[in-house]
Design a protein around this ligand. Structure first.
Ligand SMILES: Cc1ncc(C[n+]2csc(CCOP(=O)(O)OP(=O)(O)O)c2C)c(N)n1
Ligand SMILES: [Mg+2]
Length: 336
């Protein structure tokens, strides 16, 4: 394990690479990348055991990004901790690149390809089961989307993990309350997600998933839990904000598939990140930020409501949940 970056530094780098990678490629899912950046940063700075120069090291912990559409986030983290050259990130989503839009196991540091939602937990359960049978100490970490929890296979895997007492398994749900073009509540309700996992026999820890302090405490609790005699697997319900870190992307479904276009979108995103740059990191793309940035005009579509049900079908009742915005940001707050 490298400990090359603090979690704050790594999270910033994931976000900066994410903006550049999606901008260069015209790739999508920037909202999902921003949402999960803190979870991945804390895992790769403080939690996961790995050897960047020996990706198949037998004693490594296993990691699966089951919400594989946020592939740029794990690619950025793996490059930054030394699994491959940071320069390669620029090839993301391009023809012939190893860095396909969704996560590919052809990259060092990736054990399982993802992208088709609903498979990662089952694979992780299999890994955890095998490791346990071999009396290994390694842990298995699987990050899922909340919309992904609509997949029935997730719950079959959850049952299996409980039945076989897989306390070496930690699932993390990136609970941003959004999926593709709308809120979960307007698509398929999850109701009390924590209670569901509890009913499936899991140890449940619920936190703010964009807070590094809370993430670190939660991973410590998962570790402590793995030593208890009840042998329950742990799920961390990480309440996050989709698009977190870029005010105009937060809580806006537009940014699920959209990438930051040249002009005010790219310039504002880069400069917002520069305004919150931690000590000790460099921006390899725009070292000084953007001088004379292009700003949005009155006609530009900033912070509008792009939810499928509300904007495009005005007959649909306003059924929005209130989502806390980042203090000081211009993100909207929805009505309950
Ligand atoms: C089996 C499957 N169905 C549909 C998709 C298309 N798809 C990509 S991302 C996404 C929404 C995922 O929402 P969520 O799990 O909440 O992830 P988030 O982007 O909010 O982090 C969908 C439906 C897919 N990748 N796999
Ligand atoms: Mg989601």
């Amino acid at each position: 394990m490298g400990n090359k970056w603090s979690s704050e530094q790594l999270a910033w780098k994931i976000r900066r690479h994410g903006i550049e990678m999606t901008h260069l490629s015209g790739g999508s899912h920037i909202g999902a990348i921003m949402s999960v950046a803190d979870i991945i940063a804390v895992l790769y700075s403080d939690v996961i055991k790995y050897k960047e120069d020996e990706p198949r090291w037998d004693e490594r912990d296993r990691f699966i990004l089951s919400k594989g559409h946020a592939g740029a986030s794990i690619y950025a983290a793996l490059a930054e901790v030394g699994f491959f050259d940071v320069d390669e990130l620029k090839t993301h989503y391009q023809n012939g690149s190893r860095l396909s839009g969704h996560v590919s196991h052809h990259l060092p540091g990736v054990d399982f390809s993802t992208g088709s939602l609903g498979h990662g937990l089952s694979a992780g359960v299999g890994m955890a089961y095998a490791l346990k049978k071999d009396e290994k100490e390694n842990k298995v970490y699987v990050v899922l989307g909340d919309g992904e929890c609509d997949e029935g296979s997730v719950w079959e895997a959850a049952l299996f993990a409980n039945h076989f007492r897989l306390n070496n398994l930690v699932a993390i749900i990136d609970y941003n309350h959004m999926q593709s073009l709308d809120f979960n509540e307007n698509t398929l309700e999850l109701n009390d997600l924590g209670e569901k996992w509890k009913a499936f026999g899991w140890n449940v820890v619920e936190i703010n998933g964009n807070s590094h302090d809370e993430l670190k405490v939660a991973f410590k609790q998962a570790e402590d839990n793995s030593k208890k005699s009840n042998h329950k697997p742990t799920v961390i319900i990480a309440n996050t904000i989709k698009g977190y870190g870029i005010s105009f992307m937060q809580n806006d479904v537009l940014w699920h598939y959209r990438f930051p276009h040249s002009g005010w979108e790219y310039d504002s995103a880069v400069n917002e990140l520069h305004a919150n740059m931690p000590e000790g990191v460099e921006d390899i793309y725009t070292p000084e930020g953007i001088q004379n940035p292009i700003l949005p005009t009155e006609n530009d579509d900033v912070c509008n409501d792009h939810t499928f049900t509300h904007t495009w079908n005005t007959s649909y009742p306003e059924k929005m949940r209130r989502v806390e915005a980042v203090p000081g940001s211009s993100a909207r707050e929805y009505k309950i």
